[in-house]
Design a protein around this ligand. Structure first.
Ligand code: NAD
Length: 489
């Protein structure tokens, strides 16, 4: 199998343009469904991170001095390579993390879009300039230097692109740590990055969070940190940044409300959307619409269709093109999801699902039935991020109470609103505390539209041009025609 996927048997880190491990430690990359070992990966630690940061630091002055056009050309080569290799990389991810071959190609379309968007955006991105009496003032955007980036496992291609594309476009050099559960496609991309970028501009150190990740966040030569993952680790990264007073951007969890008004035109279409919103990515998405607020007037009819839709989701091998729900990334994640389901059964009405499913030939995989609970917003399953195919349905009839509940979680990443009434759409969008509001759709991440969270869902914005601001700092330079008298203002 490894030969079909074009995988190497072992992946060392990329440090200063060379693939080299400093220590011998490694860990296996395992097929999430079958348990088969796909490759071994160097388990980077402090030594590798030190070397990678030193390489990135050495490469920074020359890279920062390149013209944006030249950086853009290299990013476009990354996009072209991803496009040519998307099918193979899709298969690698399907094996590595258990998501379906039906769904992963969208990750690659999105990732390719990021490299192309930032290649274009950097050409027009700058500070400002204006004339002042007897001179000129400009504010120029400059990169920070070495950026440390840490990503999770759920959508590796997208996560790597959200981090690498804007940071490199802006002229920073990077040390990226992929997730230990989902490193393979990023490490395959890394082989190509080594061909495209000058040595040291991109360095990739795979490994565990408390080893390579912690060493990267603590390194004194890292000038900015960017992290996507859980709020618990996000806090550690924020603390590490605070210790050295460097900027930290965070993309964290979500428990997003998806709100259905009784005036929807097409109930079947909304049922399909609500199903997708809570089960894509096998439910392992920070964006998932996991709290469905369903109006009283349509509750019974909608629920009947929703349960049918959930029960018709085809669970199976991630490699089968007909599969719509693969397996969770690991046993740890499987046990976590089942624990939430168990706690839900004592607090809520289980409308469908709730069990682990065995899929022949994929015994290692943690396949969990898509699960619906009818519950209240204050239950544990409605408050905490589960990261599995588990939906909490909450009944509503009063607009103000519903909005209050929709906002009554620590998160504020995404949200959905389904209505045929413009006023309902506008007043709901205005009052939701969320970085994304999708009206009559769910999960539409356009290249260039800002993405990020309110409240504990994060700090900063990716995807749009704001990401370039996050990866640059402004320098004001004032020119005077003649040396002015002292205290001139
Ligand atoms: P996680 O926080 O456990 O791990 C994320 C990354 O942090 C991994 O690379 C891990 O190795 C690293 N890490 C772990 N401990 C560390 C430490 N002490 N120091 C530095 N790095 C460390 O998260 P996860 O379980 O892999 O991912 C799930 C979480 O990510 C969910 O909460 C989800 O909502 C969130 N997520 C958010 C977004 C977003 O854009 N907002 C996208 C995807 C996932």
């Amino acid at each position: 199998m490894s030969t079909d996927l074009g995988l190497q048997s072992h992946y060392p880190p990329l440090i200063g343009g060379k693939f080299r491990a400093i220590t011998d430690a490694s860990f296996p990359a395992v097929d999430a469904a079958t348990g088969e070992q796909l490759a071994t990966i160097s388990r980077g630690g402090k030594a590798e991170v030190d070397a990678a940061v030193a390489a990135a630091k050495a490469a920074f002055p020359a890279w920062a001095a390149t013209r944006p056009e030249d950086r853009a050309k290299l990013l476009l080569r990354v996009a072209d390579w991803l496009e040519e290799n998307a099918q193979r990389l899709t298969l690698i991810d399907a094996h590595d993390i258990g998501r379906t071959v039906f769904e992963i190609p969208q990750d690659y379309r999105s990732a390719i879009g990021q490299y192309r968007f930032f290649a274009a955006a950097i050409l027009t991105h700058d500070g400002y300039n204006h004339a002042v009496p007897g001179g000129w003032a400009i504010a120029k955007r400059e990169p920070f230097g070495v950026v440390g980036q840490i990503i999770p496992w759920n959508v590796p291609a997208i996560m790597a692109s959200y981090k690498l594309a804007p940071a490199l476009a802006a002229g920073n050099t990077v040390v990226l740590k992929p997730d230990e559960n989902a490193s393979l496609s990023t490490l395959e991309l890394t082989r190509q990055l080594a061909e495209i970028f000058p040595p040291g501009v991109v360095n990739v150190v795979p490994g565990y969070g408390d080893e390579a990740g912690a060493a990267l966040t603590a390194h004194p030569d890292v000038r900015k940190l960017a992290f996507t993952g859980s709020p618990q680790i996000g806090r550690l990264v924020a603390h590490a940044g605070a210790e050295r007073l460097i900027p930290v951007s965070l993309e964290l969890g979500g428990k997003s409300p998806n709100i259905v008004f009784p005036d929807i035109d097409d109930i079947d279409a909304v049922v399909d959307n609500a199903t997708f919103a809570s089960t894509f990515c096998n439910g392992q998405s920070c964006l998932a619409g996991t709290r469905l607020f369903l109006h009283d007037d349509i509750y019974p009819a909608f629920m009947e269709k929703l349960v049918k839709a959930y029960e018709s989701i085809r669970i199976g091998s991630p490699l089968d093109p007909e599969t719509r729900l693969g397996c969770l990334v690991s046993e740890k994640q499987g046990l976590r999801v089942l624990d939430y389901i168990e706690s839900g059964t004592s607090q809520a009405n289980l409308a469908t699902g709730g069990s682990r499913v065995k899929v022949e030939g994929n015994d290692h995989g943690w396949f969990v039935e898509p699960t619906i609970f009818e519950t209240s917003n204050d239950s544990r399953i409605a408050q905490e991020e589960i990261f599995g195919p588990v939906l909490s349905v909450i009944r509503w009839n009063d607009f103000d109470t519903m909005i209050e509940q929709a906002n009554d979680v620590v998160y504020g990443l995404a949200s959905g609103v389904y209505t045929s009434n413009l006023r309902n759409a506008m007043r709901t969008a205005d009052r939701l505390q969320a970085g994304q509001v999708w009206v009559n759709q769910y999960v539409n991440l356009l290249d260039g539209s800002p993405f990020g969270g309110f409240k504990e869902s994060g700090l900063g914005r990716e995807v749009g041009k704001d990401a370039l601001e996050m990866y640059t700092q402004l320098k004001s330079i004032m020119f005077a025609e003649q040396v002015p008298p002292p205290f001139y203002v």
